[in-house]
Design a protein around this ligand. Structure first.
Ligand code: AHG
Ligand code: MN
Ligand code: MN
Ligand code: MN
Length: 332
């Protein structure tokens, strides 16, 4: 019955996961455990982020990742923490990560799930105390249990996600996730070491007046994007761009708005990665009543071909995403 489902604000994440599991009579608890493993790693990374100015873990690590980006120390630390928590939890056979060129086999070949993760999103903001995040997608493996996960297990379309979420390490630390039945947000109380339900059943406004795009690249935007940005200005929208996808996305999710990372000369297919940034947020925004597109197609329908492939991202309030799409493919 409905009131059993509407758990009160203040419910702990553990109780929430347990109660929701009851809704899946055949669930054997592995996905619940996997979500707990991710929450544990988030608590550990949260503590390290909050102390990063005090212990020597700010700044560059001194290596580049497969993206050709200078890895920050916290990129590497978060990557290690999340992979270790997923390995120790035992529910995941294989992980793909922004910070790992190839699939990482956990050795737990009886794990039913594979995870795609951006361990630390918004790295350029770490040292200047601006909100950063973690983004994750969870898929059920397609290959037989008992062997290592395969490339096909890791390259599934976004529509096949069983769960997706993000952590935002901001003025407060929150975990926001979906398992396909709506979106719920939990706020971390560090003194208790617990996440508490603070944003039950998040739905995003159908429209909004915030647009998020890096206008530093405006000269190389596709024509339709230039026209849509001009439309936003003509409507006197607010321009808000934090430079951390998770923070820009979270604000727009709650307030309404659109985030765009379009093709540019520097990034002809956009900068954001399909498997561990775009698919997770696309699943979440659709579950919250919004829309996620490449400008041409529903983002969750993209057939992945490589672990680190990039795609253009138009995500947020349905009316704004559809307005942007209209500028991109003018009626014949
Ligand atoms: P990451 O730090 O995981 O590499 O992601 C950075 C991404 C995203 O967080 C942000 O929205 C975008 O890069 C900012 O890119 P620009 O600086 O090119 O605008
Ligand atoms: Mn990066
Ligand atoms: Mn990122
Ligand atoms: Mn990252």
């Amino acid at each position: 019955n409905q009131d059993r489902l509407a758990l009160p604000v203040g419910t702990t994440l553990d109780r929430f996961i347990m109660r929701k599991q009851e809704d899946f009579p055949y669930a054997t608890g592995e996905l619940s455990q996997l979500l707990r493993d991710i929450a544990l790693a988030a608590k550990i990374v949260n503590r390290e982020i909050n102390r990063s100015g005090l212990i020597d873990i700010t700044g560059a690590y001194g290596q580049q990742n497969v993206q050709g980006e200078e890895q920050q120390k916290l990129d590497v630390i978060a990557n290690i923490r999340f992979i270790r928590a997923l390995r120790n939890g035992g529910e995941v056979c294989t992980v793909i990560s922004e910070e790992e060129e190839d699939m990482i086999q956990t050795g737990k070949n009886h794990g039913k799930y594979v995870v795609a993760i951006d361990p630390l999103d918004g790295s350029s903001n770490i040292d200047v105390n601006v909100s950063i995040g973690t983004i994750f997608s969870i898929y059920r493996r397609q290959s037989a249990i008992g062997q290592e996960g395969t490339q096909e297990d890791c390259l599934q379309k976004g529509v096949h996600q069983v769960a997706a979420g993000y952590v935002i390490y901001g003025s407060s630390t929150m975990l926001v996730y979906t398992t396909g039945n709506g979106v719920n947000g939990f706020t971390y109380e560090a003194s208790l070491g617990e996440f508490f339900l603070s944003h039950p059943n998040i739905t995003t406004p159908q429209s909004g007046n915030i647009y998020s795009i890096n206008e530093g690249s405006a000269n190389s935007f596709p024509e339709g994007v230039k026209q849509f940005v001009q439309y936003c200005k003509d409507q006197s929208f607010s321009a808000r761009y934090i430079g951390s996808l998770v923070a820009d996305f979270h604000r727009n999710l709650l307030k309404g708005g659109i985030y765009i990372y379009p093709p540019t000369h520097k990034a002809p297919n956009g900068k954001l990665r399909l498997m561990y940034e775009c698919n997770a947020l696309a699943f979440i925004v659709e579950q919250a009543g919004g829309k996620a597109s490449t400008g041409k197609q529903r983002l969750l329908e993209i057939e992945p071909t490589s672990l680190h492939e990039r795609c253009p991202l138009f995500i947020g309030s349905t009316e704004l995403v559809e307005k942007a799409e209209a500028f991109l493919s003018p009626e014949p």
